[in-house]
Ligand binder design. Structure first.
Ligand SMILES: [Zn+2]
Ligand SMILES: [Zn+2]
Length: 414
């Protein structure tokens, strides 16, 4: 019996990951991602018979985490094929979809961390790792006496103990690993979430004005960073509706408020309730029930707050910003700086600067740097490395003396 690996898509590009593992009797897919930049409306579905069309030829699809470059094609998977996803990841993904008045478009079987799932003669162990998505997994796959580790997207800079993860991982025959940041050069090194938290605390200590943090709500670890910074500086932690919905779905133990912006601001006559995605979701939106609501009037009555804003609340908040004194205030920019290139975002940043706020960047990558990838490789000592999710797979050539590196993985027998 043999175990085979076939990278169907996403080996020499970042995103759009589709990985096939098969034995004589069982075929599974790890991740079914959309290409980067593709939207829910405009998604290219590759022709993979038995997965997206025709008679089902796969026994299961496993999703490592909820980023669309890993699960964006799940709703196109033939309905007969079971989809496996982490419970926490599913809860957050569902909540975000419901907020926008949508459904995910598939019903997964829910996996628990470290609890093996056996499909035919292949066993998959979802192994928790740190990433900018909540409840992310690496997959440890065992079949035919072989062990394969698929790193999916991971990093060592979150609050999860990376040393412990390395201690727990066995040596493997094959390592399928991401290399997202390798194209950013050898000096690419990112701060940890804890360092971001400390930086935010130091920044807030010196300032008495209002504080905002612009973040992506699906980056749950960043919500925690912002919350800890607020708590350590005695500020009220206020979330916009989407951040609160995600914090609730991720069961974060935080002591915060949710700003009922679409109601209270409309009552104040300050804003037409509209999200950045357009007003069409307004009537369907899921709301959080866990956190006490605070009206805009109350929220902004004093400056001792840290407010989370997301693209979804930017339009609402822009109206408030024009009426609030931001002297000595802060807007933490907690997303990748390239997001500043978006017209709505750059306009918001410019507005905040014009009313007196400073705009420090509060961001770190969700991906492993080269040092972290080295540590993973040295720890699991693979006989073969299969780079994926990278634009610089040649970086792995440095391992060619120690093991095989497969740059184009088509039906490789482990
Ligand atoms: Zn990815
Ligand atoms: Zn990801």
């Amino acid at each position: 019996m043999t175990l085979r690996i076939n990278i169907l898509r996403g080996q020499d590009q970042i995103g759009g990951s589709i990985i096939e593992l098969s034995t004589e009797t069982t075929r599974i897919i790890l991740d079914a991602g959309a290409n980067m930049g593709e939207t829910r409306v405009h998604t290219f579905v590759p022709k993979i018979p038995g997965l997206f069309s025709g008679k089902p030829a796969y026994d299961a699809v496993f999703a490592s985490h909820y980023h669309s470059d890993h699960m964006g094609l799940l709703r196109y998977v033939l309905p007969e094929i079971p989809i496996y996803m982490g419970r926490g990841a599913y809860d957050v993904a569902c909540a975000m979809s419901a907020f926008k008045g949508r459904t995910l478009g598939f019903s997964p079987v829910l996996m628990k961390a470290n609890v093996p799932v056996t499909v035919g003669d292949i066993t998959v162990i979802p192994t928790p790792c740190d990433h900018s998505a909540y409840d992310s997994f690496m997959f440890l796959v065992k079949a035919c006496g072989k062990t394969v580790l698929y790193s999916a997207d991971f990093r060592s800079t979150g609050r999860m103990d990376f040393d412990k993860l390395l201690r727990d991982l066995p040596e493997v025959d094959a390592l399928i690993t991401e290399g997202t940041t390798l194209s950013r050069g050898p000096d690419f090194h990112e701060p940890s979430e804890k360092e971001l938290e400390d930086f935010a605390v130091e920044t807030l200590k010196d300032r008495k004005g209002p504080a905002l943090v612009y973040l992506s709500a699906q980056n749950v670890e960043r919500i925690v960073t912002a919350y800890n910074a607020a708590r350590r500086t005695g500020r009220r932690f206020i979330m916009d509706e989407l951040t609160a919905v995600v914090a609730e779905a991720a069961k974060l133990k935080i002591d915060g408020y949710v700003l009922r912006a679409s109601h209270s601001l409309a009552e104040l006559g300050e804003v037409v309730a509209a999200s950045a995605g357009g007003g069409r979701h307004r009537t369907h939106r899921r709301k959080s029930g866990t956190f006490p609501a605070v009206s805009a009037g109350k929220a902004f009555s004093s400056n001792d707050f840290l407010l989370c804003v997301t693209p979804q609340s930017l339009i609402n908040f822009r109206k408030v910003a024009q009426k609030t004194d931001f002297k000595d205030g802060v807007l933490f920019f907690a997303r990748r700086e390239t997001h500043m290139l978006q017209p709505a975002v750059s306009a918001f940043v410019a507005l905040m600067e014009s009313v007196g706020a400073i705009v420090p960047v509060l961001h770190t990558s969700g991906h492993a740097d080269s040092n972290t990838i080295d540590r993973l490789i040295r720890d699991v000592r693979p006989s073969v490395i299969i780079p994926v999710h990278t634009e610089l797979s040649n970086w792995f050539a440095r391992y060619e003396d120690e093991c095989q590196v497969i740059y184009e993985c088509r039906d490789y027998e482990v």
